[in-house]
Structure formats: structure tokens, C-alpha cells
Design a protein around this ligand. Structure first.
Ligand code: PLP
Length: 367
């Protein structure tokens, strides 16, 4: 008989005894404040998925020898719930995140799970803690699913026990400013045959030291280059886009292809779709190299460059250090104080309007 999968109808809810006081919304930053409850769903190979539980937010009891702690058997996701002006709450394309979580976790031999039932449980968690979902444009509830191998076993086989859990963090508006990049061709975030296209915790720890190094040199983020031709992959933990007049003289929005190196961002996918719907210029997913980017800067053909991800939506790039030199990227030639270029700003506005349900969008999933 098939082992039980996640079943939202079996969800139990244990409410916290002393609910937290709500933090003053204007003091919200990113990722250091959590709500009252969390969702936990346990799995064992023997019995399948247990009944989902919503319970007070708090420490997990994990065996010190758990796979997650020894061998980084951990996959995660990040998505957001947005409160519309009328008070209703929507998740933005959460199915994309759950598909990606399934793909990431299967790469590290974690068990399959029913994505729809899991989404129903996540919605319930947000409902339970909905007083924490902030009001107003720019504010949102960050949703962090985590999937870990919990079997205590030092043998490198696979974890026969697992925990899928979700917690919530109300977040404030991202302070808009442009970023300066340091193009790094020495260290690699991901490589052919590697796991750069999966959101695995193990991909992020090794990036901490290179990131700190560039911060110490006065740069905000790493532009990750790969291989001898200096293929431009991603920026920090964001997908990277350029808008330029390409070598053939065409206006083109370009980002790296889903070739197994880059993380398939939901923001990336959404921006590509918006730009394709407009149909005003060429939109490409293809490999570009740093020498091509530098030539475009020198010839005045690079119009805008930006990073894209759930945390900031889009973030304009104003400068990039490459081979001993800072190269200035124009943000908006008509406005020296602009923090977004014209196209970047338009993409950002259109995406935010969808997320806050200012314009109706089939991407929104109501609670
Ligand atoms: C999460 C992440 C992104 C952005 O993905 P979104 O789904 O748009 O938030 C891009 N690159 C890396 C390396 C990431 O971890």
C-alpha cells in the first residue's frame, strides 16, 4: 500500500499561550523577526508523511547526528504573501516555489511530497498568523519553507527521516539604492554538473567568505563569472539581467539561460514573461560573457543592468569592477539621482502591482 502523503485535512493547530506583541511596522527589516507559529510535517520511510502540525514557533529538537547537521541535507525556499489595499492576502506564484523545492530536495534524496496539500497547510499557517502580515506597499510576509534530513546516521546513504517546516517573517520595504558589483572569476558559485540550479543550503555557506571579501573592498555583491570565457551567471543571490543594444544593433533584454548553473528564479521568470507580453524589444535567455558586457559599456550600448529576486524584486547595478577597473553602468541618463533605470522601474512597478493586486493577476493565490 502507498505510504500516506501530506494531508491538509489532518492538520492540527496548537495555538501559542502568550501571543507576541506586534512590532511597530516601520521598524521591520528583513529576516530577523518571526511570527507566533510554524508548520511542521514529519516523514519517516516506514510510515510516510505524518499529520501536519501548526504549533508555537520555537526551537526544533534534532538529533546531533542528523543528516542535515552533518552533510547539509537541507533545501529551502523563499516566497512572499502580500496584503492588498482591501486587506486580502495573496501568495505570489507559490506553486513555482514548491515545484522548485521538490526539485531541490529530490537532488539530495529527500522524499517526495504532495505540493498542493503542502500549499494548503502553508495557507493555514498564514491565516493563523495573519495579524502579522503587514499593511502597505513594500511590506510583505516572507515565507520560508525548509526541508531537512533528520535521521541520525553517519553513513552517507540517504536520510530515511525528514522534516518539512515553514516559518514566517514579516518584512519591511527594501531600501531602494543602486549596487556596485565585483566581478569574481576566481571563485565559482556553481559549475557544469554541479547543483547551482537547486536551492540547497550547501550552496550558500561557501559564498559567505567571497561575499565578505568584496564587502571589505567596498562592493555590495559578487557578479559570479564562470569559466575561461567569463560567462556572466548571477549576482549575489539574484538573477542578473542586462538591457542593451546588442552587437547586431537590436534592443534586447538578456539573462542567463536555465542551463543548470543558475537558480531558476520566480522573479526572473515573471519579469521575462512581462517583457515578452509587452513585445517591444527582444527578450533572450542566452549566455553572455563579461568581455561582451564591457565592450557594450565602452560603446555606450549598455542601457541598464539589474539583479532580480524575491527579496528586493529588482535592484539596479551602477558599477562593476572587472580586471582591475571600475566600469560605470548608466542607471538613468536623464536623472542623476535615479535608483532604477526606466525599464527596470517599469518592470518593478508592473510586478509590484500584480503582487499587491493593484492590477488583477492570475499569478496571485488568495489565502
Ligand atoms: C533564490 C535565489 C534567486 C532568486 O529566486 P527568486 O525565486 O526570484 O526569489 C536567484 N539566485 C539565487 C542563487 C537564489 O538563491
Amino acid at each position: 500500500m502507498a505510504k500516506p502523503n501530506i494531508d491538509a485535512s489532518k492538520l492540527t493547530i496548537t495555538l501559542i499561550q502568550t501571543p507576541k506583541e506586534l512590532k511597530d511596522q516601520s521598524t521591520l527589516k528583513f529576516g530577523d523577526y518571526f511570527t507566533d507559529h510554524m508548520l511542521c510535517i514529519k516523514y519517516t520511510e516506514e510510515n510516510g508523511w505524518e499529520a501536519p502540525e501548526i504549533k508555537p514557533y520555537g526551537p526544533l529538537a534534532i538529533d546531533p547526528a542528523a543528516y542535515a547537521l552533518n552533510y547539509s541535507v537541507q533545501a529551502f525556499e523563499g516566497t512572499k504573501a502580500y496584503r492588498a489595499a482591501d486587506g486580502t492576502i495573496n501568495l505570489f506564484r507559490p506553486q513555482k516555489n514548491l515545484e522548485r523545492l521538490a526539485s531541490s530536495s529530490q537532488r539530495i534524496m529527500l522524499p517526495e511530497f504532495d505540493q498542493e496539500q503542502f500549499l494548503e497547510c502553508i495557507k493555514e499557517l498564514i491565516k493563523v498568523d495573519q495579524r502579522f502580515v503587514p499593511h502597505g506597499h513594500g511590506y510583505s510576509m516572507y515565507v520560508r519553507p525548509n526541508f531537512i534530513g533528520t535521521e541520525p546516521n553517519l553513513n552517507l546513504a540517504y536520510s530515511r527521516e525528514a522534516l518539512l517546516y515553514v516559518y514566517l517573517s514579516p518584512v519591511g520595504p527594501y531600501f531602494p539604492r543602486t549596487v556596485r558589483l565585483y566581478a569574481n572569476a576566481t571563485e565559482a558559485r556553481a559549475w557544469p554538473g554541479g547543483v547551482g540550479n537547486y536551492k540547497l543550503g550547501g550552496n550558500y555557506a561557501p559564498a559567505l567568505r567571497p561575499a565578505k571579501d568584496v564587502n571589505n573592498r567596498g562592493y555590495d555583491q559578487i557578479l559570479w563569472l564562470l569559466g575561461d570565457d567569463h560567462y556572466v551567471t548571477e549576482v549575489g543571490t539574484m538573477n542578473f539581467f542586462i538591457f542593451w543594444v546588442n552587437a547586431d544593433g537590436e534592443k534586447e533584454l538578456v539573462t542567463a539561460p536555465l542551463d543548470g548553473i543558475i537558480l531558476p528564479g520566480v522573479t526572473r521568470d515573471s519579469l521575462l514573461e512581462l517583457a515578452r507580453r509587452w513585445g517591444e524589444f527582444k527578450v533572450s535567455e542566452r549566455k553572455i560573457t563579461m568581455p561582451e558586457v564591457i565592450t557594450a559599456i565602452e560603446e555606450g550600448r549598455l542601457l541598464e543592468a539589474f539583479g532580480a529576486g524575491t527579496a528586493c524584486i529588482v535592484c539596479s547595478v551602477s558599477e562593476v569592477f572587472y580586471q582591475g577597473k571600475d566600469h560605470v553602468i548608466p542607471v538613468d541618463p536623464t536623472d542623476p539621482d535615479a535608483v532604477y533605470g526606466p525599464l527596470t522601474k517599469r518592470l518593478r512597478a508592473e510586478l509590484l502591482d500584480a503582487q499587491y493586486a493593484v492590477t488583477p493577476s492570475s499569478w496571485n493565490v488568495p489565502l
